[in-house]
Design a protein around this ligand. Structure first.
Ligand SMILES: [Fe+2]
Length: 309
């Protein structure tokens, strides 16, 4: 059930179905090895996921799933990740996100010295970043971002969410010259997936005539540099205007995730970002934490991308 804001709670019945399903699974090493729901598995849960999908496609375009009841007592960390894995796989086919072939990626700061300016991927740094969509490093379109919070940061790491339909309305009404530029092709890097580039506009329109965005400025700027096709003054002007609109607090919804919450967005219609964060001085990675619970875990999010079947 969705409340007035963006929060969705699965019913007790749906949660019980998932609990029984997960506890009956055979031992699996990687979360991606957990058997996804089939045919008659968890019918109430699946029905409720369809409510979420409807909200993502026709309603608010973003949903924040509240943590399952008694999450920390009932589930191991691996099982918490499995909830998100099962949910993503009901929404669609989960996609490979890196050269290692992983479909469920852990987002955490690998090293305080990592920086996107030095070529690192966003999900491996502590940096706040430009507001973006995730569907930027492959030319084809997928629909859903599933981002589950396993542990929040000690400080910061607030998530920023921006409705693309509102941004488009502002562009159309106040900056039609900018909109026209954003509807033309830019170059994009396939960072982390392939050593290649492709061309696509920032704004396209779907079958319903609604705008859909593709935007992550650093990956685009580096593609233009790599190809020795610098962004034109006109393109820079359009990008600066778009980023200024995205950064305006009137257009943002901000949320600090707590453990167990799962963000779902229709990626092309909700841009997102985060503020920079800092982990505890003695924080450990999720892998170390699984072996020894004595130190706090670094801010850790579990990310899936799902393409509608
Ligand atoms: Fe992202």
């Amino acid at each position: 059930m969705l409340n007035d804001n963006f929060y969705y709670s699965f019913s007790g019945e749906a949660q019980n179905e998932i609990y029984d399903y997960i506890k009956a699974l055979h031992v699996y090493n990687k979360v991606e090895d957990a058997k996804i729901l089939e045919d008659d598995d968890c019918p109430t849960f699946k029905r409720e996921v369809e409510e979420v999908r409807n909200e993502l496609e026709n309603g608010k375009r973003l949903v924040i799933v509240k943590p399952f009841i008694d999450l920390h007592n009932k589930y191991t960390i691996q099982e918490q990740r499995t909830i998100s894995w099962l949910l993503g796989n009901v929404l669609g086919e989960t996609l490979i996100q890196n050269e290692a072939g992983e479909r469920a990626i852990l987002v955490y700061d690998r090293d305080r010295n990592n920086s996107m300016l030095k070529g690192a991927r966003y999900h491996q740094t502590r940096e706040g970043g430009t507001i973006h969509t995730d569907n930027v490093n492959v030319p084809y379109k997928w629909e859903y971002l599933v981002l589950a919070c396993i542990a929040p940061a000690m400080a910061g790491g607030e998530n920023i969410l921006v409705n693309a339909l509102i941004v488009h309305k502002i562009l159309k009404e106040k900056h039609p010259d900018v909109l026209a530029i954003l509807e033309k092709n830019f170059f994009w890097e396939q960072r982390g997936v392939a050593d290649a580039t492709y061309e696509a506009p920032i704004i396209i329109y779907n079958k319903k005539g609604e705008p859909e965005f593709r935007h992550l400025r650093p990956y685009m700027e580096s593609a233009h540099l790599k190809l020795d096709r610098p962004l034109t003054d006109e393109q820079m002007y359009a990008l600066d205007t778009l980023d200024a609109i995205l950064e305006h607090s009137d257009n943002q919804y901000r949320h600090s995730f707590s453990a167990g919450e799962i963000l779902l967005t229709h990626d092309a219609q909700v841009l997102h970002g985060r503020t920079c964060f800092s982990d505890y001085y003695n924080a450990v990675t999720i892998h170390e934490y699984k072996k020894d619970h004595h130190h706090p875990m670094k801010r850790t999010m579990d990310r899936l991308w799902a393409k509608k079947r």
